[in-house]
Design a protein around this ligand. Structure first.
Ligand code: ADP
Length: 161
């Protein structure tokens, strides 16, 4: 059976306002969104097991958005739910090359389609990778993340102090 939801996947380490912008715009375009929080056991995450909880909290008041963990291949996760379309944000720089390759691979594997939305101007160059560096070096990152992520980072810092 087909599921009308579109899938917004990512690592969300941590979720940023750039992610949230794409998720809300995808919801407005397509009606409802399933956010897939990827788990890759080879990867070392700053927010670890907390990532999915932070995504859930940040999106709790937004209608038409659900959150699940993705374990394994994206196309299998989508196929198991009858989801036919992935929506990704396209930022300035290297996203295009990577997303084009991913989109072709996913379509080749199972026919899963990809829709690319241009990132909004405010978040055009924002990545979780750069954000984590700013966080760890003590920069003020508050304008890029929802309030719950800011609080979670404070707790992380207190624990490791
Ligand atoms: P990263 O930000 O390190 O690439 P993710 O893997 O969590 O982290 O990102 C998942 C997807 O979310 C990206 O492939 C991209 O499609 C989208 N995304 C992330 N940051 C932004 C942003 N600032 N603006 C628009 N889309 C974004």
């Amino acid at each position: 059976m087909t599921d009308a939801r579109v899938l917004c996947p990512g690592s969300f380490d941590p979720i940023t306002l750039g992610h949230m912008d794409i998720i809300v715009r995808a919801r407005d375009l397509f009606g409802s969104v399933l956010v897939g929080v990827g788990r890759n056991n080879q990867k070392k995450y700053l927010f670890g097991e907390q990532r999915i909880e932070l995504v859930r909290e940040a999106l709790a008041d937004i209608d038409g958005v659900e959150v699940e963990e993705i374990d394994g291949l994206l196309v299998d996760f989508a196929a198991a739910r009858g989801i036919t379309t992935v929506v990704k944000g396209l930022r300035f720089g290297a996203d295009f090359d990577f997303e084009l390759q991913m989109a072709h691979m996913n379509r080749g594997l199972t026919g899963l389609e990809t829709v690319l939305l241009p990132a909004s101007a405010d978040y055009l160059t924002l990545s979780s990778t750069i954000l984590r560096q700013v966080m760890q070096l003590g920069g003020d990152f508050s304008r890029y993340v929802p309030a719950n992520v800011e609080r979670a980072f404070e707790r992380l810092r207190e624990r490791s102090a």
